[in-house]
Design a binder for this molecule. Structure first.
Ligand SMILES: NC(=O)c1ccc[n+]([C@@H]2O[C@H](COP(=O)([O-])OP(=O)(O)OC[C@H]3O[C@@H](n4cnc5c(N)ncnc54)[C@H](O)[C@@H]3O)[C@@H](O)[C@H]2O)c1
Ligand SMILES: [Zn+2]
Ligand SMILES: [Zn+2]
Length: 361
């Protein structure tokens, strides 16, 4: 029988979010119901609320979560009730052309629960990124549950479910940052700071943090940035070149998702360097670049979906590094909040007051 839980709903474009009763069906074949213990507030939730992703309102927001599996449906063998899991939004299919070529992190047919969660009047909800975890319980595909060491605090573990994994992966998976590389990261929110932490972990020689907010730059230093640039005051392309012997960085990671910051990334990299776009643009944005510069500067222009991660490979590994004290995931949690404080958390995010607010249930 469907269970009634409280969840945070975005009812329509730019309307404030509100708490509603959500009906969570029992898990069907291949599905799992998860008791959510923590869920971080990611900029992508704000994009959903603003109508920047699509118009499939109402949304059940929240997608950066950890919790305990409560029940599983028929045919589920990888997880069982009681398992502590991080939810991932790219459950790989194993059979699409990317998976068959041995590149499952690109899976072109990732899946979510087949059944719908609804409001009490039967209105079907669109769960953010197929998760919807600003709720006491949520229904997902079992493949979206990745087991990790339960010794880690849920509010820390959940961050790997989106922004922190996206940032670390943008550096180490997509950007292939390695020992001795120079890296610049444009935009130092949760995602950008994770890219900085990932570059630090990978042994980058110089890590240049760029943001328009000095508070963000201060935090970026604690994550491993060796230099900072406030791009409101200083031309970031010039500054990055100056800090890299006049050449530009080997890898520039764009973690804002805007044409102007993408252009900065494009011109701030060394010849044959790599640009990684991990920030998510909105549908109306356009990019114009001289095609000759695209050719002449060479290298690679890459996008990073979810940090090109493989949850089953990367989540347990990063949790282990955290538990060993080699990756301070706790530093990303600015505050823990209640379910009814998500709207306030969006405002704080908008004003740049937080790295991550995490709803704890
Ligand atoms: N690719 C993925 O899989 C993935 C996953 C999660 C989030 N994202 C995206 O990553 C982006 C960042 O997310 P977040 O949660 O860190 O957001 P955030 O709001 O916490 O951080 C954004 C940062 O960018 C800075 N910024 C804004 N405009 C800037 C400019 N013109 N120049 C330099 N810095 C600027 C802000 O001051 C802030 O520090 C968003 O677009 C989000 O949707 C992508
Ligand atoms: Zn696949
Ligand atoms: Zn996210």
């Amino acid at each position: 029988m469907a269970q009634e839980v409280r969840g945070v709903i975005a009812p329509g474009k730019d309307e404030p979010v509100r708490i509603e009763t959500v009906l969570v069906p029992d898990p069907g074949p291949g599905e799992a119901v998860v008791r959510v213990q923590a869920c971080g507030v990611c900029h992508t939730d704000l994009h959903y609320k603003q109508g920047g992703i699509n118009d499939d309102f109402p949304f059940l927001l929240g997608h950066e979560a950890a919790g305990e599996v409560e029940a599983v449906g028929d045919g589920v063998t990888d997880v069982e009730p009681g398992d502590f899991v991080i939810l991932n939004w790219r459950a790989v299919c194993g059979t699409c052309r990317a998976c068959l070529r041995g590149r499952p992190w690109y899976c072109f047919d990732t899946h979510n629960a087949k059944q719908k969660m609804t409001l009490t009047d039967g209105t079907e909800l669109s769960p953010a990124l197929g998760i919807g975890a600003f709720a006491e319980k949520t229904l997902v595909a079992a493949g979206q549950c990745t087991k990790v060491d339960p010794a880690v605090a849920p509010q820390v573990a959940g961050l790997l479910g989106c922004g922190v994994m996206a940032g670390i992966g943008a550096a180490i998976n997509t950007g292939n940052v390695g020992r001795g590389d120079t890296v610049a990261v444009i935009g130092c929110g949760g995602v950008g700071d994770a890219a900085i932490a990932g570059s630090h972990l990978a042994g980058a020689a110089r890590i240049i943090a760029v943001d328009i907010d000095d508070r963000k730059l201060e935090t970026a230093r604690t994550m491993g940035a060796t230099h900072t640039v406030n791009s409101r005051e200083t031309d970031p392309v010039e500054a990055i070149r100056e800090l890299t012997g006049g050449f530009g960085a080997d890898v520039v990671i764009e973690a804002v998702g805007r044409p102007e910051t993408y252009k900065q990334a494009f011109y701030a990299r060394d010849l044959a360097g790599t640009v990684v776009l991990v920030g998510v643009p909105t549908p109306e944005m356009k990019l114009e670049l001289p095609l000759l510069d695209v050719f002449g500067r060479g290298g690679a222009l890459k996008s990073s979906w979810y940090g090109d991660c493989l949850p089953s490979r990367d989540f347990p590994m990063l949790i282990d590094l955290h538990l060993q004290g080699r990756l301070d995931l706790g530093a990303f949690v600015t505050e823990t909040i209640q379910l009814d404080e998500v709207e306030k958390a969006f405002e704080r995010m908008h004003h740049g007051d937080v790295l991550r607010s995490v709803v704890v249930l």
